[in-house]
Write a protein of this length. Structure first.
Length: 396
């Protein structure tokens, strides 16, 4: 089961659920509600729950676990959740209830393993996936992955941020050298305003006197951080006989399906945000209806795969860490913008728009009570879409 949370902002002042908290909508200072979405391993929504807007992510996990074991009566459960979702108490509760978990280590934990030499970076000279163990995590498996594309991107971004910070500090140093800026307090004030603008101040040694400003990059520290670029570590309690290391990675990557669900819920079609209801029951009903709408959307996307740009026959991923590749048929569909049947390929949104042109007109004859119902003749694409939707298996 995949689990993650998101938030939506509230318009108004009076709602028992609306509280100030970390806004994922970029609406700082605006009340919000929190909701957690449970989905199966394919991303199909199963349940949703609404929480107070100031509740921390990890405090929602026990409620989701209770649904799985008590409400749904599942005897074998593996909960896949983001690293920000788990605490020691949560993981203990999961294992005590006979369930398993898959999550990821946080950055400080990865650095600690590297500094203790439990994590040998030389492992990745020949491979991008390895399984290790540590006394810090007894009874757990640690799956270490290195994505070279992510590593290259992080290295590029770090270099740009370091260069921008060094340029800004160099401009101040030139003013100090020219005598237009002096005094330790004034120099420190000016340097402080730009030193951490790009969040890399920790990589510079800054020395200030009344008449000088010296900036020196901490090269050893920069190289130490760069060595961990692209590396992430998954932790799981699932035994190896039940789930091999590559399958653990694939399972964790499926969290992208929950993120896709949140994007759809917040999109212009479903519009879960902003929240306008003031009564708690109505807020929960609004979120539940949006989840049902997403459930329908999920099934329609699956049914309409031959008509939209979605890959009909995705290639089996031999390397779970590497970027997924599309099948030749999907690439051909994207390039030619034509389906295998020769009709125009659509996005989900454009296909819905085309179906919206199907109309039923009521014609009234003047001077009589007689009426005639006239249905628009569906196009080839519309007829195929209706046929696929009617024949699609929907699992409740």
């Amino acid at each position: 089961m995949l689990y993650d949370v998101s938030s939506s902002y509230f318009e108004g002042r009076h709602c028992p659920l609306a509280k100030l908290g970390y806004s994922r909508d970029g609406k700082r200072g605006t009340p919000q509600i929190i909701y957690g979405l449970l989905a199966d391993r394919r991303g199909r929504p199963v349940a949703v729950e609404v929480f107070d807007g100031n509740l921390h992510d990890d405090q929602t996990l026990p409620s989701a676990l209770q649904k799985l074991t008590e409400r749904f009566g599942l005897s074998s459960v593996v909960v896949v959740c983001d690293r920000g979702m788990v605490t020691k108490a949560n993981l203990k509760q999961i294992t005590e209830q006979g369930a398993h978990f898959i999550t990821a280590l946080k950055s400080p934990q990865v650095k600690k393993l590297a500094s203790a030499r439990t994590l040998q970076l030389s492992l990745f000279d020949e491979t991008n996936l390895a399984e290790i163990s540590s006394e810090e995590f007894p009874g757990e498996r640690l799956i270490v992955c290195r994505n070279p594309l992510v590593a290259a991107e992080r290295a590029r971004k770090r270099q740009e941020l370091l260069a921008a910070t060094e340029r800004a500090l160099s401009d101040i140093a030139r003013r100090v050298q020219a005598g237009t800026l002096h005094g330790q307090d004034q120099i420190g004030l000016q340097a402080g305003q730009v030193a951490n603008k790009w969040k890399v101040k920790k990589h510079f040694q800054i020395e200030i006197t009344d008449t000088s400003l010296t900036v020196t990059p901490k090269q050893a520290q920069i190289e130490q951080e760069a060595a961990l670029d692209g590396i992430y570590i998954l932790r799981t309690s699932v035994p190896a006989r039940q789930l091999k290391a590559p399958d653990v990675v694939r399972s964790y990557k499926q969290l992208k399906e929950v993120e896709r669900g949140f994007r759809t819920l917040k999109g212009p079609e479903l519009e879960i945000r902003p929240i306008h209801h003031r009564l708690e029951g109505r807020v929960k009903a609004h979120v539940f209806l949006c989840m049902l709408a997403y459930y329908l959307t999920w099934h329609l996307r699956e049914a309409w795969t031959p008509l939209i740009f979605k890959d009909e026959h995705p290639l089996p991923a031999t390397d779970p860490v590497a970027k997924a590749s599309r099948s030749p048929a999907a690439e051909h569909k994207a390039q030619r913008k034509r389906t295998a049947a020769g009709t125009s390929a659509h996005s989900y949104k454009s296909l819905i728009a085309e179906l919206a042109t199907l109309t039923r007109n009521t014609i009234r004859l003047p001077g009589t009570e007689a009426t005639i119902e006239k249905l628009a003749e569906p196009t080839t694409t519309q007829a195929k879409a209706l046929e696929l939707a009617a024949s699609a298996p929907v699992i409740a």
